[in-house]
Write a new protein. Structure first.
Length: 553
């Protein structure tokens, strides 16, 4: 006979997840592989000649790049010789400032950084994150996509997402050729919802760069780096080519960060027996060396791999912390679904939500997950009210706010109409009143009418041949009586020339003030320091839509 309790437990969602016993030889180990190198460094004549157990003549291209660009060598030998537990305690100690700790952490080697964070519990990592994130004010980012690449729905969803409080919005495509329409739609919708919001379109790099140079996007983050040489080379890339691409974005006023995350090397069968955390540490040091202002890490699209091994979610928190230790903006993942269990996905999110990161989610799905073209997110549009309730329960700022139904309807309708006006003015495909109406009230693409895809693709090709830019969108909006949206987009384009939002951890508020690690540096050193929720923000967070009020009685 079977135990009825065990039969019930077997059918719980968590038991649909995959769990793997450590297999060190292929890299299926979260931290502390027996094959991880011991921290070491030697400097001669101002040059690193030994790094984590390797002599200069044995360096691979990652070692060479990190040794030349990624480590502050002034006191590197001293830091490498320090007790890792001592440095770990410095990370947690509220009496030691972030600026003091940064002097040590930026002089580490990749193996030393991995060793230091491995000494911390998850609670201690969260305490360290409160102090070590670059920008004092936490923020959030969302995905805006749909199965049909419907630009009208994207514009409406982007507007609602902006109204809900996201500071960045990211789209991608199901059909690659739709990228220009998707980029245009998320750009326009975001500015309807909240002026100053930053957007990107994650597609093949040449297309993404072209869209950015034409002013149809304002940031990029899907420039991936990897922790072993064979994986890097599999993509026909080197650290130098990635650094060159990053400079191409920055030179055109586009904010950009790299992307990495635990598990990618295992998936590509080139983990070289190393732990996921050590390989990710190398990625973070590569990012620092390239001069990029930030990193999207937190396992990202590989999350199923660390999510299946013991201590894997702890490792994800650790890799976020290493990015902060190197003084980088951290978009901390929580972007792809990895579990069938609501308890597990909530637990993972809390590791970033409670201490706050530069971007708690680098992809909270602002659409239902069936429409998420990034393979589904850890949180989606059906979790908005839960997220707001958790913010209120714990008095933590997760970057979102409750909104009223009538507010959402109004802003979605305006975004759809603005896009309709642009398409008419620029002689693109038709957006019907039926589509505007459907997008105004839609939950997802199942509620939208079909578009003429061949006509769309022909219009997109024509749009790119005509070299339509962000300035053309500004003019089209102005001519069609969307002057407020036109002005917002024009102000965003002006930021490209100023370049202020290329600073670490930059976001732009609704008055087009840049908030970054330069003018909003994290000063946390214990209770009532650093980011403290204002009375105004707390009152906003408390006002859930289903509150029972005293006057109701």
């Amino acid at each position: 006979m079977r135990s009825k309790r065990f039969e019930v437990l077997e059918n719980r969602p968590v038991n649909q997840d995959g769990f793997i016993e450590d297999w060190v030889e292929v890299g299926l180990v979260a931290m502390d592989s027996k094959y991880d190198p011991k921290p070491s460094i030697k400097v001669a004549n101002g040059e690193i000649v030994e790094l984590d157990g390797k002599k200069k003549e044995d360096f691979d291209m990652l070692d060479s790049f990190i040794a030349k660009y990624g480590i502050n060598i002034e006191n590197a030998e001293e830091v490498c010789a320090m007790d890792s537990v001592k440095i770990a305690r410095m990370l947690v100690d509220i009496n030691i400032t972030r600026d003091e700790v940064i002097q040590y952490t930026t002089a580490m080697t990749p193996a030393k950084a991995a060793e230091v964070v491995s000494k911390l519990t998850v609670l201690e990592m969260m305490t360290a994150i409160s102090k070590m994130r670059a920008r004092q004010t936490p923020s959030n980012q969302c995905h805006v996509t749909n199965l049909r690449d419907n630009p009208v729905q994207i514009a409406a969803d982007a507007a609602e997402g902006a109204l809900r409080g996201f500071d960045e919005e990211e789209t991608t495509v199901g059909v690659a050729r739709y990228a220009p329409f998707n980029a245009l739609a998320v750009l326009v919708g975001s500015q309807v919802g909240r002026p100053g919001l930053l957007t990107q379109c994650a597609v093949e790099e040449a297309t993404e760069l072209t869209l950015g140079m034409r002013g149809l996007t304002s940031y990029a983050e899907t420039v991936s780096v990897y922790g072993t040489e064979p994986v890097f080379m599999d993509g026909d890339d080197t650290p130098w080519s990635k650094a060159f691409l990053a400079s191409a974005y920055a030179s055109r006023g586009l904010k950009m960060r790299f992307t990495s995350g635990t598990g990618s090397e295992v998936l590509m069968a080139y983990a070289e027996q190393k732990s996921m955390l050590y390989l990710e540490s190398r990625c973070v040091f590569l990012t620092k060396g390239a001069g990029v202002q930030g990193l999207q890490n937190g396992s990202i699209s590989c999350v199923g791999v660390p999510g299946a091994v013991a201590g894997g979610v702890r490792t994800i928190v650790a890799e976020n912390l290493i990015a902060m230790m190197l003084d980088l903006e951290c978009a901390s993942g929580n972007d792809q679904t990895f579990t069938h269990s609501d308890i597990r996905r909530t637990a993972k999110n809390l590791m970033a939500m409670v201490p706050g990161t530069d971007f708690i989610n680098s992809g909270f799905s602002a659409v239902p997950n069936y429409d998420n073209m990034f393979a589904g997110s850890n949180m989606d549009a059906e979790d908005f009210d839960d997220w707001n309730a958790v913010q209120r329960d714990l008095k933590i700022d997760g970057g979102l706010r409750p909104i009223k139904e009538e507010e959402a309807i109004k802003v979605r309708n305006k975004a759809a109409k603005a896009l309709q006006a642009i398409f008419r003015e620029l002689n693109l495909t038709e957006i019907t009143d039926e589509e505007v109406e459907a997008a105004t009230y839609a939950h997802g693409s199942n509620d939208m009418p079909d578009r003429n895809i061949p006509a769309d693709l022909k219009a997109i090709e024509d749009m790119m041949k005509r070299k339509i830019t962000g300035l053309d969108i500004v003019k089209a909006l102005y001519k069609t009586n969307f002057e407020d949206v036109s002005n917002s987009l024009f102000q965003l384009l002006k930021q490209r020339a100023a370049g202020d939002y290329l600073q670490t951890s930059a976001i732009i508020d609704e008055n087009f003030n840049v908030i970054s690690a330069v003018n909003d540096a994290n000063t946390y050193h214990g209770p009532m320091t650093g980011y403290v929720i204002s009375d105004e923000r707390w009152n906003e967070m408390k006002k859930l839509n289903n509150l029972v009020k005293p006057e109701d009685f």
